[in-house]
Structure formats: C-alpha cells, structure tokens
Write a protein that binds this ligand. Structure first.
Ligand code: SF4
Length: 260
C-alpha cells in the first residue's frame, strides 16, 4: 500500500505527534534497530529514492475521505488495480453522497478491478453512513484539527479499517506523522534487524512511529516500499548490490555465508 504514482503532494505536512518520543539525531549506526541505525538506513534509502523531500500522492485533494476510500480499495490488491477501481467509482458516482445513496451492486460493479468488490462496497457504505451520522456530512475534514490519537481511535472504529489504513490516511491525507507497515516495510524492517523475525506488522508500525522522526515518516515509508520492490525482494533479495548491505543483519549474514 502506497501513494507512489504521481506528483508531489502539497497540502499535508507533518504535525507534531503526541505519542512519539523523538530522540536527538545521530549519524552513528549503533545496534540494529537503534535510533542511529534506523536514521542511517533511512538516509541511504533517501539518497537512492528521494521521497523524504516530497512524498507523492496523486489523490491528495484536501478531503481526507478521498484518501480513506482509496486506501480501503487498496486492500488485497496492487496500486494499479486500486487506481482503476477508484477512478471507475469516481467517474460513475462523483460525490461521496452519490456513493452513499447508490445500490451496493452498482458500487461493486464499478470497483470490481480492485477485487473483493462486494466486501469493499459494503464497508464503504457502512463507513459513509457512520460519517454522516457522526459529522452530518460525507467528509473527514473535521479531523484536520483533531489531535493524532483521537484521529487514530476514530478511524480504527470504522468498519474494516485496520492500523495500516489508519496510518496511510493520517500521514498522507491529514499530515499527522504515522508509519504504515505493509508487506514490504515489514520484510525490510525484519531483515535489517529492526525487530525479531516474527514481529507482527502492527508491532513494527508501533515501533517505527515511536522511533522515526515525525518529518521522515512519509518519505521513509515510501523509500522502504521502493527498496522492497526494487532490491529487497521477498524471494531473492539483491544483497550484493544493496546500498545498506554493510549495516543489514540479513545482508551481513549472507555475506558471511558467501552468498550475494
Ligand atoms: S542487504 Fe539484502 S536483506 Fe538487507 S536490505 Fe539489502 S537487499 Fe534487503
């Protein structure tokens, strides 16, 4: 899950997070998973992929509900099919009020390219009904003035919305520091030695959100996804050519075993 397909986002900038304890910056790598180690890795990945300065988001419209629905559509599919589903939905039902009032079958037909269409359309309608009941409109704009933990708690209470989706909406649509952990971020984090091998994505997310400097969450998330896609593949990681192979627990182990 990422928002990696387009122009730089301009609206959302980071807001001081309530739950983090930011430590002083250090260039020293320290132990695997230490603050110095994590920031050194993020520095190197940013030198390669450059998302720290301007994390992209093609759907940054200023309405966080757009991002929530987009992220809901991204569940269990790739970015391309998510975008096809989202574009098809917006073309036949341009407003969220239109979606709220449409038959579930009509929504399902539009978002079919993204998979799990019946489940996602039911969740979408339930979320829209809840928002209208709570806010009197189909919008999450009221959240722009909320503290981060209140936003997190509310979004988690919505039907079918998990911690990764919440973090995506927070960091990309509300400018609140959060570090979504998808399959790429989880794999790269474990291999780098930031957490034990079987640590859950939710625990990795919690660790990163309490460790990574707030202003580096969006770019760091995108850089790690790109690294997972381009080099740190699930089956055949390209450790020999990797920019962090001298500070990666898995990469150093492979080198010791004579593998590249
Ligand atoms: S050294 Fe290998 S395991 Fe470590 S981040 Fe690079 S590609 Fe992934």
């Amino acid at each position: 899950m990422s928002r990696m397909t387009a122009a730089p986002k301009t609206a959302a900038q980071t807001r001081a997070g309530e739950r983090r304890q930011v430590r002083p910056k250090s260039a020293a790598p320290g132990e695997f998973g230490s603050y110095g180690h994590i920031t050194l890795v993020l520095d190197r990945l940013d030198a390669l992929y450059g998302h720290d300065a301007s994390p992209p988001d093609m759907y940054a419209t200023g309405e966080p509900l757009d991002g929530l629905i987009l992220t809901l559509l991204s569940q269990n599919t790739n970015d391309r099919n998510r975008d096809r589903a989202y574009d098809a939905l917006r073309s036949i039902l341009p407003g969220w009020k239109d979606v709220a009032k449409a038959a579930a079958e009509k929504i399902s037909a539009a978002i079919k390219p993204g998979g799990l269409a019946d489940i996602k359309s039911a969740r979408m309608k339930a979320i829209l009904a809840r928002l209208y009941a709570d806010f009197g409109e189909y919008s999450l704009s009221a959240m722009k003035s909320w503290p981060g933990e209140r936003v997190r708690e509310y979004l988690r209470s919505l039907d079918g919305i998990g911690p990764k989706t919440v973090a995506c909406v927070m960091v990309f649509d509300l400018g609140i520091p959060a570090f979504p952990v998808d399959t790429h971020v989880a794999r790269v984090s474990r291999r780098l030695g930031w957490c034990p091998e079987k640590t859950s994505p939710e625990k990795i997310q919690d660790f990163l959100e309490n460790t990574v400097p707030p202003e580096r969450c969006a770019g760091g998330h995108l850089n790690m996804i790109e690294h997972g896609r381009r080099a740190c593949h699930a089956r055949n990681p390209q450790c020999g050519a990797c920019a962090v192979n001298d500070i990666c627990r898995f990469g150093l182990t492979r080198e010791g075993e004579g593998a590249a």
